[in-house]
Design a protein around this ligand. Structure first.
Ligand SMILES: Nc1nc2c(c(=O)[nH]1)N(C=O)[C@@H](CNc1ccc(C(=O)N[C@@H](CCC(=O)O)C(=O)O)cc1)CN2
Ligand SMILES: Nc1ncnc2c1ncn2[C@@H]1O[C@H](COP(=O)(O)OP(=O)(O)OP(=O)(O)O)[C@@H](O)[C@H]1O
Length: 191
C-alpha cells in the first residue's frame, strides 16, 4: 500500500470518482447518522466546509439542516479560500451570507458576517485520506494546517471520510496536526 501524500491524494480522488450515485447517497446518510452521535455539549460555533457534491465530497448540507433543526443555538461558520496567501477567512451562516461558486466549484462566501477562528469550538475537516493516528491528506495546499494554528488549543477537529483509515501516512511534516476524531460511514474513530 502506497503511503505518501501525493500518491494517496491520487488514489483517493479516484476512489471518490468511482463511487456510484446511490452508494454516494448511502455514504452521506450514514455519515449524518454518525454525526448525530457526536457530543455537541459546549459547542457554540461549529465550522464546516460547503461541499463540492459533484466531486463526491461528503454533503455537509445534511449537517447544516440537522443542526438548524436540533441545535438552533449553534452558529455555523464556513470558509472562504484566499489562494494567494493559502489562508481561510470565515463567515457565519445567517441572512447576510452571500455564497457563490469559486473557480474550483467550491460554494464560498462572497460577503456576510466574518467570525474569528478563536470563536470556533468544533471543525468538521474535509479530507481525502486519513491514517490510524488521525493524520490527513487534503487537496494539498495546507489550508487547514494554517487555519488550525489560528484556533484555540481546545478546538475539536473532526474529519469526515468516505473511506476507512489507512495504516499510516509516511510523509507527514511539522505542519501536520492529527485530528481528534474522524467520522466514517461505519462509525466514529477517536484518536
Ligand atoms: N468543499 C471544500 N471546501 C474547502 C476545502 C475542501 O477540501 N473542500 N479546502 C480544503 O483545504 C479548502 C480549499 N482547498 C483547496 C485546495 C486546493 C485546491 C486546488 O489545488 N485547486 C487547483 C485545481 C486542481 C484540480 O482541478 O485538480 C487549482 O486551483 O489550481 C483547491 C481548493 C477550503 N475550502
Ligand atoms: N503553517 C504553515 N506554514 C507554512 N507552510 C505550511 C503550513 N502548513 C502547511 N504548510 C505546507 O503546505 C503544503 C501543503 O500541505 P499538505 O500537503 O499537508 O496539505 P493538505 O493538508 O493535504 O491540504 P489542505 O489542508 O489544503 O486540504 C506542505 O508543503 C506544507 O508543508
Amino acid at each position: 500500500m502506497e503511503t505518501r501524500k501525493a500518491q494517496l491524494r491520487k488514489l483517493f480522488l479516484e476512489k471518490r470518482k468511482a463511487l456510484g450515485e446511490s452508494e454516494f447517497r448511502l455514504i452521506n446518510t450514514a455519515i449524518l447518522e454518525q454525526f448525530k452521535q457526536i457530543d455537541l455539549a459546549g459547542v457554540n460555533v461549529l465550522h464546516l466546509f460547503l461541499s463540492i457534491v459533484e466531486k463526491h465530497e461528503i454533503d455537509t448540507s445534511l449537517m447544516v439542516d440537522y443542526l438548524h433543526k436540533k441545535y438552533p443555538h449553534i452558529k455555523i461558520a464556513v470558509p472562504q479560500s484566499n489562494f494567494s496567501s493559502l489562508t481561510l477567512t470565515h463567515f457565519l451562516i445567517d441572512d447576510d451570507l452571500v455564497i457563490e461558486k469559486n473557480n474550483w466549484n467550491i460554494p464560498e462566501p462572497v460577503s456576510g458576517n466574518k467570525i474569528s477562528p478563536e470563536r470556533i469550538d468544533m471543525i468538521l475537516v474535509p479530507l481525502l485520506a486519513i491514517d490510524k493516528k488521525g493524520f490527513r491528506v487534503g487537496y494539498g495546499k495546507g489550508f487547514y494546517d494554517r487555519f488550525l494554528i489560528e484556533c484555540r488549543s481546545d478546538i475539536k477537529t473532526i474529519g469526515l471520510s468516505q473511506f476507512e483509515p489507512i495504516e499510516r501516512i509516511n510523509d507527514t511534516d511539522e505542519y501536520d496536526f492529527p485530528l481528534n476524531a474522524c467520522i466514517t460511514p461505519s462509525g466514529i474513530i477517536y484518536f
